[in-house]
Write a protein that binds this ligand. Structure first.
Ligand SMILES: [Ca+2]
Length: 209
């Protein structure tokens, strides 16, 4: 088993060494280095620990956070990005489940394409959510830029609590959203990571305290 893992790691290293625009293919936010570009009206902060994560909280307002840095903007088409995964948690202190959508803002900083929401229960349990960036699965809620125009010139990625019909500003809420391990899909190593994760649970989340 150990030899198998070592062999997979060596393959992983070899694949990672291939340039071919790999830098833009592999976008990830783990919050080991602070906010890593995440900001927003919900004033997200990094909660320190053995596995730091992002926490956005709001009192009667829009629960959202976004990133305009180079890691989460630009031409997603040529970068080969088809979606993202993110670990989400709604603390048990939340009074209701959250409905989190991912939004891509277009080149005019006005156009917004949003995904369907994922439910984040108020139970304090981390879950991995997947969002697919596909014109047929997303809704343009404001602006005039086409999906192609937006996808080839993304100004920012944004997460927001927005239950019911998609809207520009979401629903007003008092609550907290924890986020971690935001990763673009596919990554150069995604197939191998699936093999490793499926085979041995190697990538199980580190314990928190
Ligand atoms: Ca983390």
């Amino acid at each position: 088993m150990v030899q198998k893992i070592l062999r997979l790691i060596s393959i992983f290293a070899a694949v990672s060494a291939i340039p071919a625009g790999a830098a833009t293919l592999f976008n990830t936010s783990t919050f080991d280095s602070g906010l890593e570009g995440w900001a927003g009206g919900a004033n997200p902060v990094v909660i320190a620990g053995d596995n730091p994560y992002l926490q956005a909280s709001v009192q009667v307002g829009s629960l959202a956070t976004f990133n305009t840095s180079g890691a989460w903007s630009g031409n997603f088409e040529t970068a080969g990005i088809s979606g993202l995964t993110v670990e989400l948690r709604g603390p048990s202190t939340n009074s209701e489940p959250l409905a989190i959508r991912a939004t891509l803002l277009g080149p005019d900083t006005r156009t917004r394409w949003v995904t369907a929401p994922v439910t984040v229960p108020a139970d304090g349990i981390w879950r991995t959510a997947s969002f697919t960036f596909d014109e047929n699965l997303m809704t343009r809620i404001v602006g005039t830029a086409s999906f192609a125009e937006t996808f080839t010139s993304v100004e920012r990625v944004l997460f927001r609590h927005d239950p019911g019909r998609p809207s520009q500003r979401g629903d007003t809420v008092t609550g907290t959203l924890d986020l971690d391990s935001i990763r673009s899909v596919p990554e150069p190593s995604s197939t191998l990571l699936i093999v490793l994760a499926g085979g041995a649970g190697v990538f199980r989340r580190r314990r928190r305290y």
